[in-house]
Write a protein that binds this ligand. Structure first.
Ligand code: C2E
Ligand code: MG
Ligand code: MG
Ligand code: MG
Length: 283
């Protein structure tokens, strides 16, 4: 009977949905306070050149640690920040922090930094200017920054997609790299990929074979790597957890890998230690 009454009415009185909505509102309130109280930090995960094994870049991943609590991962609060628009302020904070911290590593080791950018940020009229300001204030050259976006952002049509494309074109003209994140989880047409203003394709972790002997899983990875290469895109595999994953990717000619095999996300101090250790010459 509830079904026949219509979806909207059903949802209005569904206690579970109401609880979830109340929870969402509470989360947004706490996020607002957290942003002012400086409860966020940025962790960094190495992106490794598969041929040499060197850390050539890092991805900035936001963390929230409310006082006296364990850190909360972005999957738990990014959706609420996104819905409420709070992501615009939070995202800019992450961008500025990441550029500032990465500038030191870039100067010393030539590494790059990748920052996740949400659809809401790309739809802001001054997004490209804010990125330029973050670069200038941290003295990080544009070519050392990659912005990671998800495919949905550009494939959707309309004014927001137009604005997003304009921002990305401006930033790319400056030298900023654009990466498509979680590639393969959305449903953009492959033909569209050819026309997108992107430089890097990040193959989603769901493509990594869970069974080393599974030829079909390996063939799928090969197909994505070949596709990206034919479009002259740099390939980065996400979720590289095993030596077998790395070996397969190397064989297929994938450029870079990111995952637990190479290193978990960690605080900036861990990055400095890692980079120093990698450049130490052992005799
Ligand atoms: P993402 O951009 O695809 O980032 C990669 C995620 O995979 C990270 O989760 C990372 O910790 C996790 N990961 C890395 N290596 C492995 C592995 O070998 N195996 C598995 N199973 N997972 C691995 P994290 O840090 O929880 O972030 C989740 C998502 O939250 C990110 O996915 C990104 O979409 C979003 N996010 C993180 N920081 C920001 C941010 O500053 N702004 C925005 N808008 N989104 C962010
Ligand atoms: Mg990402
Ligand atoms: Mg990803
Ligand atoms: Mg993701």
């Amino acid at each position: 009977a509830a079904k026949a009454a219509g979806k909207d009415r059903h949802e209005l009185f569904d206690p579970r949905l109401r609880r979830e909505q109340a929870e969402r509102i509470r989360t947004v309130e706490r996020l607002r306070v957290a942003l002012e109280a400086d409860e966020f930090t940025v962790h960094y995960q190495p992106i490794v050149a598969l041929r040499s094994g060197a850390s050539v870049g890092f991805e900035a991943l936001v963390r929230w640690t409310p006082p006296g609590q364990d850190p909360i991962g972005p999957d738990k609060f990014i959706p609420a920040a996104e819905d409420s628009g709070l992501i615009v302020g939070l995202g800019e904070w992450v961008l500025r922090r990441a550029c500032a911290e990465a500038a030191v590593w870039h100067r010393r080791y030539g590494t790059t930094i990748a920052v996740n950018v949400s659809p809401r940020q790309l739809a802001e009229p001054y997004f490209a200017d804010r990125v330029r300001r973050a670069l200038a204030d941290s003295d990080l050259p544009a070519h050392a920054l990659t912005v990671e976006i998800t495919e949905g952002v550009l494939v959707r049509s309309g004014a927001h997609a137009e604005l997003a494309l304009t921002h990305l074109a401006e930033l790319r003209a400056d030298g900023v790299r654009v990466a498509i994140d979680d590639f393969g989880t959305g449903y953009s047409s492959l033909a569209y990929l050819r026309d997108l203003p992107i430089d890097i394709l990040k193959i989603d972790k769901s493509f990594m074979p869970d069974d080393p002997g599974d030829a079909q899983q390996a063939a799928l990875v090969r197909a994505v790597v070949d596709l990206a290469r034919s479009l002259n895109l740099t390939t980065v595999a996400e979720g590289v957890e095993t030596a077998h994953h790395a070996e397969l990717l190397r064989t297929l000619g994938c450029d870079r890998g990111q995952g637990w095999l190479f290193g978990r996300p960690g605080p900036p101090t861990a990055v400095s230690i890692r980079l120093a250790a990698e450049t130490t010459v052992t005799v």
